[in-house]
Design a protein around this ligand. Sequence first.
Ligand SMILES: [Cu+2]
Length: 151
Amino acid sequence: MRLRLFSGAVPLVLLVLGGCHPADRLRATHAWVRLAAVPGNPAAAYLTVQGGPDATRLVSVDSEAAGSSELHQSMKTGPGGAMTGMQRLDGLDLPAHGTLVFAPGGNHVMLFGVSPAIKPDGHMTLALRFAKGQPLQVDAIVVGAGDAAPY
Ligand SMILES: [Cu+2]
């Protein structure tokens, strides 16, 4: 059915032009935060970032409800990759119309010093900054350490 929607000549031309599609912009979706099991330990934030018409680079994701934040990548380390570690990233390239996915076991945002006012089933705002493009804010669902991912 989807193909049929785009089978006419006019919609095809619009698709090629691209830029006039309302969803064709830098945006962040599916944001959520998992709090640490131990209060005071860092929380992890996950989200999806969609690139707009121009390539850019995500340089930070932070929150007023956290003291500081870092972009991290989970990775296997040690003999045989038996251990899981993480590495700090100074940014992530986002190609035009590309997608950056932050998910458990992969890229994540480490949030340090999360306000004690932030509780499971609550919300917090994440602020994204890019090398090129307007900053973005996205509302993140907050879950407890043992809770299922909301997305
Ligand atoms: Cu981390």
